[in-house]
Ligand binder design. Sequence first.
Ligand SMILES: [Zn+2]
Length: 415
Amino acid sequence: MSSPRYCRRCLYGTTHPLGLVLDAEGICSGCRIHEEKDQLDWSARWSKLEELVRPHRSRSGQDYDCIIPVTGGQDSYYMVHLVKERLGLNPLLVTYNKYFNTPLGIRNLANLRIRFNCDILVQNVNPVSVKKIVRTTLRELGSIYWPCLAGHTVWPVQVAVRHRIPLIIWGAHQGLEQVGMFSHEHEVQMTRRYRKDHDLMGREADDLLTVYDTLKEEDIWQYRYPSDADIESVGVTGIYLGNYVRWDPKAQHELMVEKHDYRGAPFARTFDTYDFVDCFNYMDLHDLLKLYKHGYSRVTDHACREIRHGRLTREQGLALVRAHEQVTPPYLGLLCEWLGITPQALQFMINEHRNPRFWTELSPGRWSFNGWSVHSGDAAAGAGEPLPAKAIFKASERLEYDRDAAYITIGKGWP
Ligand SMILES: [Zn+2]
C-alpha cells in the first residue's frame, strides 16, 4: 500500500473513499474541477437548465412538474427557491422520515413547505423494520445511516414512478463537489449505480437480505429501487442543479436565512452551522464512524469546501479540523435509548469498525489516531488568528429548538 498523499491546496488525501487523484502540481481533482466554478459561463448554463425543464412544465397548471427531495436541513431551501421561484415550476416535495429528527429540523421543514406553499409527501417506514436495519448495518457495516441514505435516495424515485412525474431535481453531486469525479459540463444525472456504490456502501436493499439473516423481505422492500422497466416507462431522470448554478452552500444558506427564515445551529464536531441541522446523528455518531473508518470526518469536507471558495486558508482549515474532529459526539445517549443498547455495547460495536490504518489500540480503550489531519501539514499559522468575517458561520438556534433533546418520530411543525 503506497502511503497517502495530500492535496497542496485543500486537505483531501488520496485515500478519499470517492476516489481522488493529484496532478503534477500536487493539486487534487476536486480542486481542479472546482476551478470551473470561476471559469464557466453560468448564465449560459442556467439557460440550458431552462431548456431542459421546459418539456416538464404542466400545461394545465394542475399537475406537478417535478419532484424535489427535501429535509429540514442541507440545501433544501435553496433547491426549492431555484425550482419554484426562479424556474417557475410546481414541485412536489418528498421527504423520507429518518427518525433521528431534531426539533429544529421539524421547524425548518414546516417553514419550508409553508413559505414556498408546496405540497409534500412523507415516507414513514415502520419503526420496527427501521430499527432492525440500523442494528444490522451498525454491526456489519459500521453504519447507522444506511436506511436514511437508502430512503432519501429511493423514495423520490418510487414517487416518480407511482405518480408518473418523470423529473427529479437534486442539489449538488457529491462526487463532483468533493473529488471532481465529473466536470460540470458532463451534466451527469442520477444513477442507480452511484447510489449503490457510494451512498449505500455497495449494498442495495436485497443485498442486506442475502448477507444478513436477521432481516426479512418485509423489512427491506420499501427500500427497493424501482425496476428498469418501470423507470423507462415513465422516463424518470434525475438532474443536479449544481451543474447549472455556481454551487456555494454557505452563500446559499445565508441567502435563505435572510429571505426565507432558514435557521442553523452550532455543532460540536464541525464549524458549519447550516448543513445537517435536521438530524441528531449525522454530525454525531455517523460522523464519528466516518473518522473511525476513513481517517477523516465531515469537518474536513467543510474545510476543503471553504478553502476552495477562498474563505479559509489551508492552515486555518486544518486548525479547524484538528479542533473539531476528536470531540465526543454529544447525542450518543439518544441513539442508545432508541436502539435499546447500553453506551458500553455501542462503544464495543463501533470500535470494531476502527480502520487499523488510522487507529492503533495502545491499551484497552486507549487509541492512537493516525488519520489524515496528522499528516496533512502544519496548522500553526492558522491556529491563533481570528477568522475573517467571510469565514464565519452564524447560528441563531440550537438543534433542540424549543424543547429538550429528543428524537421527534413524526412532527408536523407549525401551524
Ligand atoms: Zn484539493
